[in-house]
Design a protein around this ligand. Structure first.
Ligand SMILES: [Zn+2]
Ligand SMILES: [Zn+2]
Length: 240
């Protein structure tokens, strides 16, 4: 920075690109624009559409799920000006309370976006409010199955809440595996899960961890594009 006169306002000051700091901050912004944001969430399994594929939901809680999905997608839509070094992006999503959604629902949300960064080593922060719409539509899988998407049924015998809790906690941390339905049966729990191979792995892991036995059976489910589709039932029986 050299001590000279600002070409804009004429004040004598430290200059950045011929401008005083105040004028520089007025003339420069970190963000150039936001690309169009389209948010589609499955009203059944809560997965979301991103870059043409359906991805697993972040949370069973609808509000939390919307917040996380919206901010993650929006983050990828930020376009900065040339020469900008972006340090921080904070996105807060305002979601209406007590939401109920079905196929075709539209939900209006507001994004509070705060960005911090620098241009030519001048630190800037900016705030934006971006209204966005979230659309709810059944994903391909749920459409196909008319709701309740599952590839595998995991039967837990006998009824044991500790084991049920273990499975629920386990699924939270798996990308492809989620529980689409839990049924309380007379002798235990039946869980409908999204992935066959993962369910099988889970069954084997439970056998090693808790003891007991695992039995698997397959049932023809249908034919899709010339390929037969099976649904698996994995039975886990705890040693008593
Ligand atoms: Zn100036
Ligand atoms: Zn779905």
């Amino acid at each position: 920075m050299r001590n000279k006169f600002c070409v804009n306002c004429g004040n004598e000051n430290d200059l950045v690109n011929e401008l005083c700091l105040d004028c520089f901050k007025k003339e420069n912004t970190l963000l150039k624009h936001f690309k169009e944001v389209k948010i589609i969430i499955c009203n059944e399994c809560k997965s979301y559409l991103h870059k043409n594929s359906w991805r697993k939901h972040f949370s069973e809680d609808i509000e939390r799920n919307i917040k996380k999905i919206t901010s993650e997608i929006f983050r990828t839509k930020i376009v900065v000006n040339p020469g900008v070094k972006l340090d921080e992006v904070n996105i807060n999503v305002d979601v209406p309370k007590k939401l109920k959604v079905g196929n075709g629902s539209l939900v209006n949300v507001n994004l509070d976006v705060e960005v911090a960064g620098s241009i030519d080593e001048v630190e800037l922060t900016e705030n934006y409010v971006v209204p966005t719409q979230v659309r709810f539509n059944a994903c391909n899988n749920c459409k196909k199955l008319g709701g309740n998407y599952f590839e595998a049924k995991l039967q837990l015998r006998p009824k044991n809440d500790k084991i049920l809790k273990f499975v629920q906690d386990y699924c939270v941390n798996r990308k492809k595996l989620f529980i689409s339905k839990v049924e309380e049966a007379k002798y235990g729990y039946d869980l409908y899960l999204s992935d066959q191979r993962e369910t099988r792995n889970l069954g084997n892991m439970m056998r090693r961890k808790f003891g007991g036995e695992v039995k698997e059976s397959k049932k023809l489910f249908g034919v899709k594009e010339g390929k037969t589709i099976y649904r698996a039932t994995v039975l886990f029986r705890l040693e008593e």
